[in-house]
Design a protein around this ligand. Structure first.
Ligand SMILES: Nc1ncnc2c1ncn2[C@@H]1O[C@H](COP(=O)(O)OP(=O)(O)OP(=O)(O)O)[C@@H](O)[C@H]1O
Ligand SMILES: [Mg+2]
Length: 266
């Protein structure tokens, strides 16, 4: 991991990203179910995430965070409104094209990881590339590159069950990163991790954003949101607030006790 720089705060210094958004949600409404059972999960959400941006999504349980991520990555369709991924309106794509675009453009880290236990770590990470038509050898090379990026270079031939929780989480992130996807969607990827493991995950996501990806990160922890360029707050399916300069106090302090608190990610 990067050498500690006590003066660095997580979300300053970087110029504001501009240019076309990687993902654009405009007036998105998502209602689950119908009639008296209808549950409005999102009630008109508009959000752009550009290349180079790490956007944290915060809000109480049930406020629509996972729904927002699923829509942004084309895993779900809006009831109203539009979702553009790399400039393409998802509504207009036939299912096969949508699946292709999703695989190429969007990487997910799910709340429950979804690693396949019968595949090694490297095979898990290579899978999206193989599904996309890469040869086994090429997919494996790509997998090993991202495993190195997340600090798992030596563990590619282990099975998920033989890893610690933090290592499994990093493997799931590697799988989301493989193939240079432009949009990374991470739903509480720091889950139940301890602070050090959680910090490592956030740094990997931060570095990916700095390298030009758009990252949407759901988190309950101000400490991790402090690494974001922007924090979007959801409540009852609406964006209630959006902050450009998140508080940095939660980002790990500056006392150096844990050797991993605030680390310069750039
Ligand atoms: N498939 C579904 N069918 C019916 N209602 C759903 C479905 N998925 C989500 N909802 C409802 O939509 C609302 C938003 O759910 P969502 O999962 O997006 O919340 P969340 O902010 O991710 O919550 P958490 O922090 O608990 O993960 C909730 O009221 C939820 O019950
Ligand atoms: Mg959720």
């Amino acid at each position: 991991m990067t050498e500690r720089e006590p003066s660095a705060s997580p979300a300053d210094q970087l110029p504001r990203p501009d240019g076309e958004p990687i993902v654009r949600l405009a007036g998105v409404v998502r209602v689950h179910g119908e009639g008296p059972n209808a549950v409005p999960a999102l009630r008109g959400v508009s959000l752009d995430v550009r290349a180079g941006e790490l956007v944290a999504v915060m809000g109480p349980s049930g406020s629509g965070k996972s729904t927002l991520l699923n829509l942004a990555g084309g895993l779900d369709r809006p009831t109203e409104g539009s979702v553009l991924l790399e400039g393409r309106e998802l509504r207009d794509l036939p299912p096969k094209r949508l699946a292709e675009l999703r695989r190429r453009s969007a990487g997910y880290v799910f709340q429950d990881l979804n690693l396949i236990p019968s595949l090694t770590v490297a095979e898990n990470v290579a899978l999206p590339r193989e599904l996309d038509g890469a040869s086994t050898a090429k997919a494996r090379r790509a997998a090993l590159r991202v495993l190195e990026e997340v600090g798992l270079a030596d563990l590619g031939d282990r099975f998920p069950d033989d890893l610690s929780g933090g290592q499994r989480q990093r493997a799931a992130i590697a799988r989301a990163l493989v193939g240079e996807r432009r949009l990374i969607l991470a739903d509480e990827p720091t889950g139940a991790l301890d602070t050090r493991a959680g910090d490592e995950i956030i740094q990997v996501l931060r570095q990916r954003a700095d390298a030009g990806a758009a990252v949407l990160l759901v988190t309950h922890e101000p400490r991790y949101a402090a690494w974001a360029d922007r924090v979007v707050f959801l409540r009852d399916g609406r964006i209630t607030d959006s902050s450009d300069s998140p508080a940095t106090e939660g980002a790990g302090g500056t006392d150096g006790a844990d050797g991993m608190g605030v680390v310069s990610a750039r």
